[in-house]
Ligand binder design. Structure first.
Ligand SMILES: Nc1ncnc2c1ncn2[C@@H]1O[C@H](COP(=O)(O)OP(=O)(O)OP(=O)(O)O)[C@@H](O)[C@H]1O
Length: 305
């Protein structure tokens, strides 16, 4: 069974419940975003899914390996980039990578060419013999990602992979993430950078101890949709007629544009018909997606308590 299957997963630390009744699936080759505020249980979830913590309840399989009992085989198929890169400053990049190859009991003659290919792609080619202590933050992060790939894992968990990177390095890392997914690997991305999540992830789960929402980014952004309408002349004069529609939408006007908030997208044609009936010349009417950040903050507000 490929991909990730999580069913009713939970973790308690003494009196504190860090994760509760979490269920979701991640498909092979998918980049899946795990979002949530500080302390929401993302790291705890990732630690359970990589075999570092045992769940208090529920079940999960990662690429067919049960997280609660197949620890050894699980570690062969998962790669984990934690917030702290965990590299040895006094060792060179090559020595660091060799060390992790040994930990994974890999045949270095096979693992090294593949690893070197990633070093090249990440712009670290030719710097392998330098001590990591002299690397910039971006170089360290990229090396840390290469380190998570030494054993050619099918599933990769990335915790804040671009935090602290300059825009150019962040972009290299993002391109690399997309490329890893295109190779058929499954990627779980924990990030507070919603623009990055929007760019990379097909689907996201928003968690706060438990699951608040899950779905394709596009669909989440469509929830509570609004319609952007461009009319001829000042749009303000149509506010009253639209507000008196039976479903009483909230309407904002700015110049020739109207933003009409709709609870149900099926009402969009009624809005256009009403405007035309009131004498408006409608140039365009397009559904507007809300920024993921707005959707996310609303979900957290609703899920409070
Ligand atoms: N080993 C532990 N012992 C006790 N409590 C813990 C332990 N690990 C995590 N917790 C608690 O579990 C909750 C979830 O923490 P977790 O680190 O999983 O959140 P997070 O979503 O990763 O947060 P952040 O975005 O800040 O990294 C927090 O209340 C945290 O204090």
């Amino acid at each position: 069974m490929s991909g990730i299957h999580v069913e009713g997963l939970g973790k308690r630390f003494g009196e504190r419940t860090a994760v509760e009744k979490l269920s979701f699936h991640v498909r092979p080759g998918e980049v899946f975003g795990l979002l949530g505020p500080n302390g929401a249980g993302k790291t705890t979830t990732v630690r359970m899914l990589t075999g570092l913590l045992s769940p208090s309840e529920g079940e999960a399989t990662v690429w067919g390996h049960r997280v609660d009992r197949d620890g050894e085989s699980l570690r062969k198929v998962v790669g984990l980039l934690t917030e702290q890169p965990g590299l040895y400053d006094r060792l060179t990049a090559r020595e660091n990578l060799r060390f992790f190859m040994k930990l994974h009991e890999l045949d270095e003659s096979k693992a090294w060419p593949r690893t070197q290919d990633y070093l090249q792609r990440f712009g670290l080619g030719g710097r392998e013999s330098e001590p990591v202590g002299g690397y910039s933050k971006g170089m360290r992060q990229k090396l840390a990602i290469v380190r998570t790939l030494v054993h050619d894992p099918q599933v990769i968990f990335l915790d804040e992979p671009t935090s602290g990177l300059d825009p150019e390095s962040a972009r290299t890392v993002r391109d690399a993430v997309a490329e890893l997914a295109s190779e058929g690997r499954t990627i779980v991305l924990c990030s507070h950078n919603l623009a990055e999540v929007e760019r990379l992830c097909e689907r996201v789960a928003v968690v706060k101890r438990t699951l608040l929402a899950i779905g394709p980014v596009r669909e989440l952004r469509r929830a509570g949709q609004s319609l952007d309408v461009r009319v001829e002349g000042e749009a303000e004069r149509f506010i009253n007629v639209l507000s008196s529609l039976p479903f009483a939408p909230n309407v904002l006007a700015e110049g020739a544009r109207l933003r009409v908030m709709l609870a149900d997208e099926a009402n969009a044609p009624d809005v256009v018909a009403c405007l035309v009936g009131a004498g408006a010349r409608v140039h365009s009417a397009v559904p507007a997606q809300r920024p993921l950040e707005e959707v996310y903050l609303d979900l957290l507000r609703e899920g409070r308590g």
